[in-house]
Write a protein that binds this ligand. Structure first.
Ligand SMILES: Nc1ncc2ncn(CCCCCNC(=O)c3cc(-c4ccc(F)cc4)cc(O)c3O)c2n1
Ligand SMILES: [Mg+2]
Length: 214
């Protein structure tokens, strides 16, 4: 059978990027997805906003929900301080396989713990897996109808602390209306909308940053 989109994206990285150079991996994926085949990476425009929020937070413990091919994983891992803990969760074993190779090509495998499974199953296991951890930063980029459930789960499992920052992708396209309502009407969150565009297109999309007030 033919290759999948994710496997073709990996081939483009192996062909056009330089081993151990995260920025070249990011650029190779963006070029491929802009000029050859669209894929649901956060992309360069929203990616720059992700970079700036990350630089503000400088998390020592970060979580990503929805690894896909590892594009945002590389964007995040390249900016983390040494010794930081970074966990990324991916449900689809085919995507996880590609992501591991993309992350390794970037030379960031020692900074990233990729675990396979569904967020709803893994979030309650985080304390058991990583010690009594709280996340300073969470990037939500998985099933859009799981954002609210998983945010509540993170709260209930004691995985957020006063000042934890949630950054959610796709709050306009495909859209996460319930999540926006939840974080914007909840006194325990201070939310900011960063208007942008759907990766590699002119369609409106944006990121929602929500600071947990404890
Ligand atoms: N619970 C759980 N736990 C762990 C998990 N790991 C993976 N998953 C499943 C996630 C499946 C992919 C999620 N991402 C998207 O669906 C997505 C879509 C678009 C998009 C598509 C078509 C359009 F026309 C326009 C926009 C753009 C984006 O930037 C997106 O991020 C998990 N689920
Ligand atoms: Mg996304």
């Amino acid at each position: 059978t033919g290759s999948t989109r994710a496997e073709r994206l990996l081939k483009a990285v192996q062909k056009n990027a330089r081993r151990g150079d995260p920025q070249s991996v990011i650029s190779a994926i963006d070029h491929y997805c802009r000029h050859s085949e669209w894929a649901m990476n956060v992309g360069d425009e929203k990616g720059s906003i992700l970079d700036s929020v990350l630089s503000e937070v400088s998390p020592s413990c970060a979580l990503e929900l929805g690894t896909y091919c590892g594009y945002s994983t590389v964007r995040i891992a390249r900016l983390l301080p040494p010794g930081a803990t970074f966990v990324t969760v991916e449900f689809n074993p085919k995507y996880a396989k590609v992501a591991r190779q993309v992350i390794e090509f970037a030379g960031l495998q020692d900074k990233v713990k990729l675990i396979e499974g569904a967020s709803g199953d893994l979030i309650p296991k985080m304390k058991e897996l990583f010690g009594n951890v709280t996340f300073d930063f969470v990037f939500l980029d998985h099933w859009k109808d799981r954002y609210v459930l998983d945010t509540k789960l993170l709260e209930d499992c004691g995985l957020l602390r006063k000042g934890s920052v949630l950054l959610a992708d796709n709050v306009i396209c495909p859209g996460t209306p319930e999540y926006l309502a939840y974080v914007r009407n909840n006194p325990r969150y201070k939310s900011t909308y960063y208007k942008s565009h759907l990766e590699y297109t002119k369609v409106e999309d944006g990121l929602e940053k929500s600071v947990f007030m404890g």
